[in-house]
Ligand binder design. Sequence first.
Ligand SMILES: Nc1ncnc2c1ncn2[C@@H]1O[C@H](COP(=O)(O)OP(=O)(O)OP(=O)(O)O)[C@@H](O)[C@H]1O
Ligand SMILES: [Mg+2]
Length: 262
Amino acid sequence: MYIQNEYVDRKVSLDLKNVSKQYLQPHTERIHTVLENINIEILEGEIVTILGKSGCGKSTLLNLIAGFENTYGGKILLHGKAVNDISPERIMMFQESALFPWLTAYQNIEIALKMAKIPKKQREEIVMHYLEIVGLSDYSHSYIHQLSGGMKQRVALARALSLNPKVLLMDEPFAALDIAIKKSLYHELLALHNKHRKTILFVTHNINEAVLLGDRVIVMSPQLYGIKNEYVIDIPKEQRSDNNPIIKNIINQITSDLYENN
Ligand SMILES: Nc1ncnc2c1ncn2[C@@H]1O[C@H](COP(=O)(O)OP(=O)(O)OP(=O)(O)O)[C@@H](O)[C@H]1O
Ligand SMILES: [Mg+2]
C-alpha cells in the first residue's frame, strides 16, 4: 500500500489480520458469513473512513474492534495486544447518541468516568474540560431531551474523548443531522483531531463525508465479504472540496465501486 510521507514514522495502531466473522442465522440455523479475511493496518492518528452498501458488515467490523463480540476469526491487535473485550482504549460512538435521557449532559459524561474508576475530584475537571471543548459548558445541567440532535452528538463526542481512548470508533455519527450541523461537526472533529491525534475509524454512507474527513477511505463490498478498494486521500483537508478535480475523480471512482455489482 502507498504510504504518505507524513505517515512514515508513525506506529501501527490497529492491526487486523485475516479477520472473519460469521453469524448463525436465528431461524434457519445456517451460517452467515459477513466478513472474510479482512486485513487492514491503521496508523496512530490516522482517520480511516469506511463506506459500503447496507449490510456489508461495517458495523460488525467496528463492533469487533470495540470488543463487543469476541468470537471471530483472525486477529485484531491494538498496539500489538489482542482485542477480545471492551476497553476504554476503544470507544464507540453511534448514530443515535446512546446517552441516558434521565441524566444531564454533565452526568452522562461523568458516569462513563465513574465506570472507569476515576476519582470524583478528577472527574469534575475532566467533564468540564470536555464540555468546554465541544462548546457546551453552558449546557452542563441540561437534560438530554433539552438538547438538539447536534448538541447530543457533541455530548457523546465529549463523553468518548473524556475517556482518552486510543481509538475512536464512529458508526454513522452524523447521519441523522442536517447539513449545516454536519458541516460544523466536521470542522470540530478535524480541529479536535489536529490537537489530540486519536486514531479514528469512521463509518458513513455519505461519500463526500468519507472523502472530506478520511486520510484513507476503505470501500467494502458484501459480495467480497470485505474490502473492495482503498483510497489514500493525499490532499490537505482544508483543500478538499467537491470542485477539486482530484477529489471529484476519487468520488466518481468510489461511486462506481459502490454501485458496480461486485
Ligand atoms: N448479532 C447479529 N446476529 C446475526 N446477524 C447479524 C448480527 N449483527 C449483524 N448481523 C448480520 O450481519 C450483516 C452485516 O450487518 P452490519 O450491521 O454489520 O451491516 P452494515 O454494513 O453496518 O449495514 P448498515 O449500513 O445498514 O448499517 C447483516 O446481514 C446482519 O443481518
Ligand atoms: Mg451499520
